[in-house]
Design a protein around this ligand. Structure first.
Ligand SMILES: [Zn+2]
Length: 182
C-alpha cells in the first residue's frame, strides 16, 4: 500500500491504497501538514452502517485504546453530520477507487479543520479478502488522519502504518503526538 496524497479542489485527501508503488521510507514527523481541529473537543458523527458502525465506534470511542479516550481528544457523539467542528465517518461501495479508506479535510481555515470526513470502501473491504481486524485498522487510520496524523512506517503496532492492516489501534507515539498537538 502506498501513500496517495491528492489535492482535489479544496479537498485534502489521504488514503490507504491497495497497490505497493512507493519505496518504504520514514516520514519526518508523522504529522499531516499542520491540520488540527480547533481544540480537543470534536463533534463525532458515526455515519457507519451495519458492522461498520460498530467498527468506527470501537476505534473512536469504546476500545480501551480508541482515539478517545486513549488520547486527549474527546469525541462528542452527534446524531447528524456537520461542517463546523466535525469528524464525519462513513462506509459505502465506492467502486474501484484504489483506496480501502480515505480521509479528507473538506472545510478549514488556515490549519484549522472544520469538516473532516473518513470513508471506508466496501467495494474492496467486503470482497472476502479482509478480516474484521483489517477493517478496524483502516477505520482507525482514516480517523487518525483527520486529527492531523500522517502515516508512520517506523512502527508496526499502530494503525497509522499504511503498509500493514494488523494493528487496529493508535500506539504510544500517536498518543504523544496527538497530545502535543491538542
Ligand atoms: Zn492513510
Amino acid at each position: 500500500m502506498n501513500i496517495r496524497r491528492a489535492i482535489v479542489g479544496w479537498v485534502m485527501v489521504l488514503s490507504i491504497t491497495l497497490f505497493l508503488g512507493f519505496p518504504l521510507g520514514s516520514l519526518a514527523s508523522h504529522r499531516w501538514g499542520c491540520w488540527k481541529y480547533a481544540d480537543y473537543y470534536i463533534n463525532w458523527y458515526n455515519g457507519g452502517t451495519g458492522d461498520y458502525y460498530n467498527i468506527y465506534n470501537e476505534e473512536a470511542k469504546t476500545d480501551s485504546n480508541a482515539w478517545s479516550p486513549y488520547t486527549d481528544i474527546f469525541l462528542n457523539p452527534v446524531s447528524a453530520a456537520g461542517t463546523s467542528d466535525h469528524a464525519n465517518a462513513y462506509n459505502g461501495f465506492y467502486g474501484a477507487t484504489g483506496w480501502l479508506g480515505l480521509a479528507e479535510i473538506r472545510g478549514y481555515s488556515g490549519c484549522t479543520v472544520f469538516n473532516g470526513r473518513a470513508r471506508l470502501n466496501q467495494s474492496y473491504l467486503d470482497n472476502g479478502s479482509y478480516t474484521r481486524t483489517n477493517k478496524k485498522h483502516v477505520a482507525c487510520q482514516e480517523v487518525g488522519h483527520l486529527f492531523g496524523l500522517q502515516h508512520n512506517r517506523n512502527e508496526t503496532n499502530t494503525c497509522m502504518n499504511d503498509t500493514i492492516l494488523s494493528a487496529p489501534q493508535p500506539n504510544l507515539h500517536d498518543q504523544q503526538l496527538i497530545n502535543s498537538i491538542y
